[in-house]
Design a protein around this ligand. Sequence first.
Ligand SMILES: Cc1cc2nc3c(=O)[nH]c(=O)nc-3n(C[C@H](O)[C@H](O)[C@H](O)COP(=O)(O)O)c2cc1C
Length: 331
Amino acid sequence: MNIGSLQVEGRAVLAPLAGYGDAPFRLLCKRYGAALVYSEMVSSLGIKFRNAKTLAMLAIDPDEHPVSFQMFGARPDAMALAAEVLEQAGADAIDINMGCPEPKIVKSGSGSALLRDVPLIDSITTAVVRATKLPVTVKIRKGYVMEDDVTQEILAVCEKNGIAALAIHGSTAVQGRSGAKDWDVIARAKERAHIPIIANGGVKNAEDARHFLAHTGADLVMIGRAALGNPWIFEQVNDVLADRPIRQPDTEERFRIMREHVEREVLLKGPVTGIKEMRKHLAFYFHGLPEATRYRGRVNQIKTFEDLEAMLEDYLAVCRSHEQEADNGTR
Ligand SMILES: Cc1cc2nc3c(=O)[nH]c(=O)nc-3n(C[C@H](O)[C@H](O)[C@H](O)COP(=O)(O)O)c2cc1C
């Protein structure tokens, strides 16, 4: 299917995940079949003022395309300029964050604060679409406070201004990341939409993704938390949708991916930051493995790349021996 001029293969996309969705993680999700990977949100003002940390976030791996860069901000001029920079940096699409509920973001008038200012959404989307040749998409929540449903109104503005797709998270900003997700609001948007609709919120596994797509009729499903430590979920969604049996990676494959993730993170960010970043990721990768709590604790003590590699080697041996015992027990 197409998002504007961008062709994507598959129906499951990686959600923007601040603090996680960098080039190494996006690449792994792409390799396991994500149709499109979103970057973690980047600040349009950070780009405008050439903030070093923000610019470092623009790294793209040649093998992760297509990648959509998500930006946040409330100033149409800065958002337009940021879109130009992101296009030059090699993004395949630009996404505008209109859903983030973090107080710091909302206070600046960005993220989900925009849901309460449709005229500003009009100005921002107009300015960004004009500034770039790339497809521009928008990610919203269904509203700001509980009783809100602003999806139809925002969809109309987006379509008028040439937005190429709309991702909808079926909960409100005040609900934050928990709370019930309203799938019907996404289904109603899809009924009216002339652009692709991307359904987001609450997918825990491949079966959920199938139900979500079937219930809403959405074109794509966006997966966030369930991809953490679990980038193979995209392959599983693709398999479920094609009525193929789901494959669970074995222990060797899990550890191979962890090691590659560590190497790529360290290569991109250097050993200190790279290892710090990996602590968060490994906590998710360890989910469901034996002695996970103990090894999560060990990861937090580790300071060098070599120690981290050695620890993973050690942990792999522990997991293998648990498997061996389980095998013996069933014989
Ligand atoms: C750690 C974390 C970071 C997030 N960062 C962003 C972000 O940068 N931009 C954004 O639009 N949403 C962000 N979100 C929201 C997700 O993109 C997604 O909408 C939400 O997690 C619901 O999807 P899920 O249930 O599949 O996780 C973040 C969520 C989490 C858990």
